[in-house]
Write a protein of this length. Structure first.
Lengths: 274, 118
């Protein structure tokens, strides 16, 4: 079973839930939050192997270019321009779709590969820990997310996918391979607002959805009402607790170290069904 | 000389956005002709500034008068030798007159994209 953990709002507790759930479930942990992969802080994995991830970037052969501009017109991201009778690319706008090289009638466009990040494959005890790492300054982490998912799911079909925050392309890519989603939500107006955005996405893609409420210092009726109305099972309510916060700030894994959280994540494992 | 300005919906005021302005005014000092055209980049998924800049270059413009301009668009315009000027107030016609009298100063600040990428 492949479980994607997402939240919308950043700092809600995706990684906290993901790492503990992965260990509780004996599943691979795949960190798709490639801009800031933090699962490693908690799991402190060893025996790491790193492999590079590349993305294509068009290169133009001026001797073959006839100036038809088909490549420029084709690019829906407007990454190409045609100035002084030759095409040029904005590498930070290019999505590496490869369309320009396919559409060029004279073979003047070829794709060169450049490294945009890497995937690290390590172990925490028996748990496979796979981390997607996007190089600083790169605009799109999709290729790194794809490679991290491929690597992780090859090692273990049973996996917990730690998604990036937000509800954009990177999140869609991260949850696409999953069997079900767990949305971690903070019982605040901000948390609830962003939760509804990711819930819409998860529903649109047609994934089964479970809820974990984190940092619950008091019930938040709009959230409970929304979950009841939409038949969303609440797997766990994790209290707001300064001691837990201190342990997490120290990068501690709680499953297996702390009875309360060991029971809590064991219960989550039992209740989650695709 | 061909001068281009981004226009608001009312087609008389300069639009604060360059890449996503609804209309563009193309003014030719040769015959004092004015043409107003829809900006095809206004609803682009991304790279609106680049696409608008491409239009400016393709129109063989010599100058662009705009409140704001992104780094990518500025790179395209600079490469093609299009000068970028800062307007005085928002009236488009008035700014064309000012530029003809060489009373506008060049735009010197170019912002990074408002890409807000997911």
């Amino acid at each position: 079973m492949k479980i994607a953990v997402l939240s919308g709002k950043g700092g809600t507790g995706k990684t906290f839930v993901s790492v503990n759930l992965a260990v509780a479930k004996n599943a691979a942990y795949i960190d798709c939050d490639v801009e800031e992969p933090n699962g490693r802080i908690f799991l402190k994995p060893v025996d790491c192997k790193e492999s590079p991830v590349f993305a294509g970037l068009p290169e133009f052969d001026e001797s073959k270019c006839v100036g038809c501009r088909k490549c420029v017109d084709f690019c829906r991201f407007n990454a190409l321009v045609f100035i002084k009778n030759k095409p040029a690319v904005f590498s930070d706008v290019c999505h590496a779709c490869g369309g320009c090289s396919l559409i060029c009638p004279t073979g003047a466009v070829t794709e060169t590969m450049r490294q945009i990040g890497s995937v690290e494959q390590c172990k925490y005890k028996k748990t496979d820990v796979v981390t997607g790492i996007l190089n600083i300054g790169e605009a799109s982490g999709i290729a790194v997310i794809k490679e991290a998912l491929d690597t992780g799911l090859r090692l273990n079909e049973n996996a917990v996918i730690d998604c990036p925050p937000g509800s954009g392309c990177a999140v869609m890519e991260s949850i696409s391979a999953s069997d079900l989603c767990i949305i971690v939500v903070e019982p605040t107006a901000f948390g609830f607002h962003n939760f509804k955005m990711v819930y819409r996405l998860v529903k649109l893609i047609g994934k089964t959805c479970y809820i974990v409420i984190n940092k619950e210092d008091a019930p938040y009726p709009p959230l409970d009402g929304f979950c009841a109305e939409n038949g969303l099972p609440i797997l766990a309510r994790i209290p707001f607790d300064p001691e837990t916060a201190a342990l997490l700030a120290n990068g501690e894994l709680l499953y297996g170290m702390n009875d309360y959280y060991t029971d809590l994540f064991d219960k989550v494992v039992c209740e989650v069904k695709p | 000389m061909i001068i281009i300005l981004p226009l608001d919906e009312n087609k008389t005021d300069i639009c604060v956005s360059f890449g996503r302005c609804p209309f563009l005014m193309i003014y030719d000092t040769e015959n004092n002709s004015t043409e107003i055209t829809e900006n095809s980049a206004a609803n682009a998924q991304g790279g609106a500034g680049i696409k608008s800049a491409q239009f400016i270059v393709d129109s063989k413009a010599d100058a662009l008068i705009t409140v704001r301009c992104g780094e990518n668009a500025a790179e395209v315009l600079n490469a093609a030798g299009v000068k970028i000027y800062k307007p005085e107030g928002i009236d488009a016609e008035h700014n064309i007159a000012l530029l003809k009298d060489a009373k506008l100063s060049p735009l010197t600040h170019f912002h990074a994209g408002f890409h807000g990428i997911q």
